[in-house]
Design a protein. Structure first.
Length: 164
């Protein structure tokens, strides 16, 4: 809220150079802002009484947008990469999938390993658990298990993330 939008009776005012001017009515604060040819901006609306500051609103808004952009640049988005396996996978194919998962983990992503069952393979779900366990063991030097093996419909899944 700026200038006339501030409807509070009393506000705590901060001056142009950051000095405390004390508690006063919103009208008095508005007069001081007009004398300085700047805007009265409510910076802490939840405080008792609300805190207002005499500043150039355009400059203030520009600074806030710039800070938000800086915060976004520093953010790291962690993606979840999925690797699908089948119960009758061969050793070399499993090694290839393990190397792919290793690359994802080194980049800082999380990996969801899914063991999918089709048709009559559903009868041997528990017998195929060892494939996911071996997969996790082969990556235990760089990964930890986020979520243990879980059955979801026609598949078994496990989540891995990089060690810190």
């Amino acid at each position: 809220m700026i200038n006339e939008q501030i409807r509070d009776r009393e506000v705590r005012l901060i001056g142009v150079h950051g000095e405390q001017l004390g508690i006063m009515s919103a009208k008095e604060a508005m007069k001081l802002a007009l004398e300085a040819e700047l805007d009265l901006v409510k910076v802490a609306p939840t405080a008792k009484p609300p805190v207002c500051k005499i500043i150039d609103y355009g400059k203030y808004k520009y600074e806030m947008v710039r800070k938000e952009k800086e915060a976004k640049k520093k953010q790291k988005i962690i993606e979840i990469k999925e690797i699908r396996l089948s119960p009758n996978i061969d050793v070399n194919d499993l090694n290839t999938k393990t190397n792919g998962a290793r690359k994802f983990l080194e980049k800082g992503n999380k990996v969801k390993v899914t063991l999918r069952f089709r048709g009559r393979e559903m009868a041997h779900m528990n017998a195929s658990r060892y494939i996911l366990e071996d997969f996790a063991k082969s990556l235990e030097d760089i990964a930890v298990i986020d979520k243990p093996i879980k059955q979801e419909g026609r598949s078994l899944t496990i989540f891995l993330s990089a060690k810190k």
